[in-house]
Design a protein around this ligand. Structure first.
Ligand SMILES: C[S@@+](CC[C@H](N)C(=O)[O-])C[C@H]1O[C@@H](n2cnc3c(N)ncnc32)[C@H](O)[C@@H]1O
Length: 323
């Protein structure tokens, strides 16, 4: 799953165009790789679903949840009106209620989550503070304007999940000093060597670096380059990315992955990188090839935010050796 806490891909992404021409470090001008993840259904609320396991994983991801707890407590003031976008188990709503919120509107789309969320609110004694709004966060109207926006509908690189459309809808109910707990999200790429063999077979598939599984962690072959920065306090957010980034190999190795990773800045200036269930790095597969320190590649990456892997395209082309 994608942030394990989230509704995930409806169909598995397929590599629709994948070719390997040839690559020799001495002749660095051949197209190395070109792939697209085409033909996916777009995740819309109608076909989106939520895994019970997913919201539980968010809950037990203490690294993630503790950072959110602290940020919510540093941001919410007594008497505030709050909205929680995609409430799931309700953990972020509970932190806000505990921090002294007067009202928390907990928006949740998934029927099963709504039923258990109601029980959770009741057994924890927050029936009068937390009100569930059962509906689609990208369309729903709120009964009043809010002082604080919370919500974690983030998947790595903002490829999946709905943080941007959710924020764009909820923005209609913000006033000039509304605080947004998940304030900034920055995405990076680097070139890596990553385990792609299982049970003796090769798998040119999208892979994930879950922080609790050491064998999944990549060996970085280059430095990380920032390719996207979203400030959720701003009114205008681009619809997607379309970037060309030149990346230089820092050490010899077998290149077989383009890694996407992230950095989140919260309203109280605390930060969060990938955790067990939050925005863990994604490895997009590359045809394996030997690379040498100083080799330079041009990475092209494009996708629309929060529309899934269906529109994601990437290529990695050798340029020259710069050392
Ligand atoms: C990543 S989980 C986060 C759960 C919880 N906020 C937390 O931090 O543990 C995202 C939640 O958003 C819900 N969700 C997904 N799409 C939604 C939509 N369009 N409208 C409302 N809720 C949605 C999912 O059902 C899931 O419970």
């Amino acid at each position: 799953m994608h942030c394990m806490c989230i509704p995930t891909l409806i169909k598995y992404p397929k590599l629709s165009s994948w070719f390997w021409l040839s690559y020799k470090p001495s002749t660095l001008f051949l197209v190395l790789y070109n792939a697209t993840m085409g033909d996916m259904d777009e995740p819309t609320p109608e076909n989106y679903w939520s895994l019970t396991e997913g919201v539980f994983n968010c809950l037990i991801d203490t690294e993630r949840s503790n950072v959110f707890e602290q940020a919510i407590k540093n941001t919410v003031q007594k008497g505030d009106i709050i909205v929680d976008m995609g409430a799931g188990t309700g953990i972020l709503s509970l932190f806000a209620a505990q921090a002294g919120a007067k009202k928390v509107y907990a928006i949740e789309f998934d029927n099963r989550n709504v039923v258990t969320l109601q029980k959770t609110i009741e057994v924890n004694g927050f029936k009068d503070t937390i009100q569930i709004l059962h509906g689609d966060v990208t369309k729903i109207d709120l009964p009043e304007t809010v002082d604080v926006v919370i919500g974690e509908m983030i998947a790595t690189g903002l490829i999946e999940e709905l943080q941007i459309p959710a924020m764009q809808n909820i923005r209609r109910f913000m006033h000039s000093t509304t605080r947004v707990v998940l304030r900034e999200y920055i995405s990076y790429i680097d070139l890596v060597s990553n385990k792609d063999e299982y049970y003796g077979f090769k798998f040119p598939i999208v892979r994930y670096e879950y922080s609790d599984e050491e064998s999944l962690i990549s060996d970085p072959l280059s430095l990380k380059e920032e390719y996207s920065r979203i400030d959720f306090l701003k009114n205008e957010i681009e619809s997607g990315v379309n970037v060309d980034v030149n990346i230089t190999i820092q050490k010899n190795g077998i290149l077989n992955g383009l890694r996407i990773s992230s950095h989140t800045v919260l309203f109280d200036d605390s930060t969060l990188d990938g955790t067990f269930a939050y925005s863990y790095p994604i490895i997009l597969p590359l045809t394996p090839c030997e690379v040498y320190r100083g080799d330079q590649f041009q990475v092209k990456l494009s996708y629309l935010y929060c529309k899934g892997f269906g529109n994601l395209e990437y290529s990695v082309v050798p340029l020259k050796n710069v050392l």
